[in-house]
Design a protein. Structure first.
Length: 309
């Protein structure tokens, strides 16, 4: 379900881009208040428009039901939960930044950012609760809270993000199972990036210098711990029913988790006075850079990737 709310992240990033580019042009009280009102209106409109669009274009295509709960913790090897945490973290971070640009005191902006990240995704969870196909998921709520909490706790405790939650994607080859993959994850490249859990990897990117100030590591150098999964052809198992009613059982294909250790760069720590470049670094920093990577997977195999993304 990650792809249903990523539009908000990209819209928020767009507002951040605008904000950083014109930041500092006018610091008068009246201008600050104007920015707050404009930003509040834009965010309210963005949220309302997103929920209206989701309800009309997405949920309307599936049967409705009474509000109900659904425990999907074991679905997709918890990859969707990692997606929820990443999304909540990014929404919290960028929402906080644009409110700080608007002149709000930093602690208040941090709290609004954290609440926004958690609340936005949780409201979508309520919509899921009225859909027959899904349901209100407490594991999703916990993942949303974790992402927002990771952002807010670091800002309040360290006044910086020493651990950044990032995403990377590399296409998975399905061979003779491409038809099944297209049905699950779509056929377009952009759709696959957002839907295909087999190709996604989520990272906790740790800045070394911030934890060890006396070290000789560059200030932008990070070590990243990653999590992914492979060969998932269904939410819980590799068995499905075709549109013609036939049952396909590919339980012979093992579903397994993957854990990674890699190098990374915190682009926001690269020193530059160019505001446009700073904005680009901030936006691109949601993604992990390609780098040599060590993998250990659920099949008990240790692999080295000279280049992994």
């Amino acid at each position: 379900m990650l792809y249903r709310f990523l539009c908000h992240i990209f819209c928020t990033m767009g507002l951040l881009t605008m904000g950083l580019r014109i930041n500092g042009q006018d610091s008068s009280v009246s201008h600050v208040n104007t920015k707050k009102w404009v930003l509040g209106g834009v965010q309210a409109g963005l949220w309302g428009g997103t929920f209206y669009s989701l309800n009309k274009t997405w949920y309307a295509n599936y049967p409705r039901s009474d509000f109900h709960f659904y425990n999907d913790w074991k679905e997709w090897q918890q990859m969707d939960k990692a997606g929820h945490a990443w999304s909540s973290y990014q929404i919290s971070s960028h929402t906080s930044k644009i409110w700080q640009w608007a002149g709000m005191e930093k602690k208040k902006a941090i709290m609004i950012g954290g609440i926004s990240g958690m609340a936005y995704l949780s409201i979508i969870e309520i919509l899921d609760g009225y859909s027959d196909k899904w349901g209100f998921s407490f594991p999703d709520i916990l993942a949303n809270s974790a992402g927002a909490g990771i952002y807010a706790a670091q800002e309040l405790g360290w006044n910086e993000q020493r651990i950044t939650i990032k995403l990377s994607y590399s296409p998975h080859r399905y061979g003779t199972l491409q038809t099944r993959a297209n049905a699950l994850f779509g056929s377009g490249d952009a759709e696959k990036v957002l839907k295909d859990y087999n190709g996604q990897t989520y990272w906790a990117s740790v800045n070394i210098k911030s934890f060890f100030p006396e070290s000789h590591f560059p200030g932008w150098f990070n070590i990243a711990l990653g999590y992914g999964a492979r060969t998932m052809l269904g939410g819980y198992e590799n068995t499905w029913t075709t549109t013609s009613g036939s049952t396909i059982n590919r339980s012979d294909i093992p579903r397994y988790k993957r854990f990674y250790l890699s190098a990374d760069i915190d682009l926001t720590r690269i020193k530059t006075k160019n505001k446009t470049l700073k904005t680009i670094f901030s936006l691109v920093n949601v993604l992990k850079i390609p780098a040599p990577t060590l993998e250990w997977n659920g099949q008990g195999k240790l692999r080295f990737h000279p280049y992994f993304y």
